[in-house]
Ligand binder design. Structure first.
Ligand SMILES: [Zn+2]
Length: 433
């Protein structure tokens, strides 16, 4: 104590402004009536450069509301006289729906904001909608866009590249590359919807257009199919990226017809999200490779109303969760570490989070669910000795706790050496060359 008291006046003399900051912190954190023994002790308690004692959680990601829900709409053509109600809607009906979203307090967010929320990087309001257009029609540019501008709504265009004007399938109603560039320049999100808009599964009947314009119905298998589907999934992305100078991270699957192989191709090509037309509310845990959209058709006005009802009843405003980096919790095993036992001791030190409500600490382990972990309030350590062999090669741990009424969560993943996770082979592993 003597040494500390000696240092304080020296610091005061050295850097007045720094001490002013300290004084402000001390005053805010501890009013004059606080129980600190002397005014000097409060200042001396925290040396310069060290955070005040009541440190706030080291939040690595913004607080995101994991209970938020989003519905995604998929539109096609806007026409005054509906002849094909499966893909068409009148501008008046479309505008009425845009207004209804506003009237019902549903926030229209961009696709990229939805994905950022899914990554835990950005918060979104509790009830949201994303608007998308498929195929690339000029009525989307000429009719839909002005309506969306009026409401200030962002939206996404899913384009199949041969359907753009000038492409093998780009007829009179098709959007042009110039119109797409104009949309891009004004912040419209442009994403991929294949090259020729067909069933992407191997062995399904497709139409091939020869350069001369002749069309052939056929079923492709083997290497021929692989080459074709590569162009549908990867080629289309590259073409859009090159023609428009953009980054594509979304793939809308034509008719929603795909399978694991197509998903793998898309993932390898760098798509972050894949979309179908099987509408459902999107939650924080919805899988990224099958995000459902509500296809809005003139002959099924109920789809729109039903979609709105799906999130209308949701209980909004759930407790936000603050994400804490696993490295700050000195976890054991560490994030990314590989252990040689399928029965590890799992530990994390929660003292970096701040004051923990002891009864609120919970640990989840992938493959096991919630485990009976023990929390020691003295050391701030939560630990669990795994008693049942972990079967997977990697294990994710989720630790959550309440601190000052707020839920805080950390998660990390460690690896388990294969020989430990499975029954040990008789021979010793040979070192790799
Ligand atoms: Zn389509």
């Amino acid at each position: 104590m003597m040494i500390r008291f000696a240092i304080v006046p020296l610091l005061l003399a050295l850097n007045f402004s720094m001490c002013q900051k300290h004084e402000t912190v001390s005053q805010n954190g501890q009013p004059a009536s606080a129980s600190s023994p002397t005014p000097g002790a409060a200042t001396a308690g925290g040396s310069p450069g060290v955070a005040p004692v009541a440190a706030s959680p080291k939040i690595k990601k913004p607080v995101v509301d994991q209970t938020a829900q989003t519905i995604i709409f998929c539109y096609h053509l806007l026409v005054d006289k509906v002849r094909y109600p499966g893909t068409e809607i009148t501008p008046a009906a479309f505008e009425a729906q845009m207004k209804e979203l506003k009237d019902r307090g549903i926030t229209v967010i961009s696709m990229q904001d939805l994905l950022a929320w899914k990554r835990g990087e950005k918060n979104i309001p509790p009830r949201c909608a994303v608007i998308t257009f498929d195929d690339g029609y000029k009525s989307q540019y000429e009719v839909a866009w002005p309506i969306l501008k009026k409401y200030g709504y962002p939206f996404t265009m899913f384009i199949y590249t041969e359907g753009v004007r000038g492409g093998a399938l780009g007829g009179g109603g098709a959007i042009t590359w110039e119109q797409l560039a104009d949309m891009r320049d004004n912040g419209v999100d442009i994403e991929a919807h294949s090259a020729t808009h067909q069933d992407l599964r191997e062995g399904h009947t497709i139409t091939l257009a020869s350069p001369g314009g002749k069309k052939t119905r056929t079923k492709l298998t083997g290497p021929q199919y692989e080459q074709w589907v590569q162009n549908e999934v990867v080629g289309c992305k590259q073409l859009l990226e090159q023609r428009l100078g953009i980054k594509i991270n979304c793939f809308a699957v034509p008719f929603g017809n795909y399978n694991e192989h197509v998903k793998e191709l898309a993932r390898n090509a760098g798509y972050e999200a894949m979309f179908t037309v099987y509408g459902q509310p999107i939650t924080f845990t919805s899988p990224m490779d099958s995000i459902g959209r509500y296809a809005i058709e003139a002959n099924k006005p109920k789809v729109f109303e039903d979609a709105i009802k799906m999130i209308g009843a949701s209980t909004s405003g759930g407790a936000p969760v603050a994400e804490v980096g696993a490295a700050d919790l000195a976890t054991q095993p560490a994030d990314g570490e590989t252990v040689r036992t399928a029965l590890p001791l799992i530990k994390a030190n929660l003292s970096a989070i701040g004051q923990i409500e002891p009864g609120s600490v919970q640990m989840r382990v992938s493959g096991l669910g919630v485990v009976p972990a023990t929390y020691d309030p003295k050391t701030g350590t939560v630990s669990y000795q795994v008693t049942q062999k972990l079967r997977e090669k990697s294990c994710s741990v989720f630790v959550s706790a309440k601190s000052q009424g707020k839920k805080v969560e950390a998660h990390w993943t460690f690896g388990i050496e294969e020989s430990a996770a499975r029954p040990a082979p008789p021979a010793a592993p040979t070192p790799k060359k």
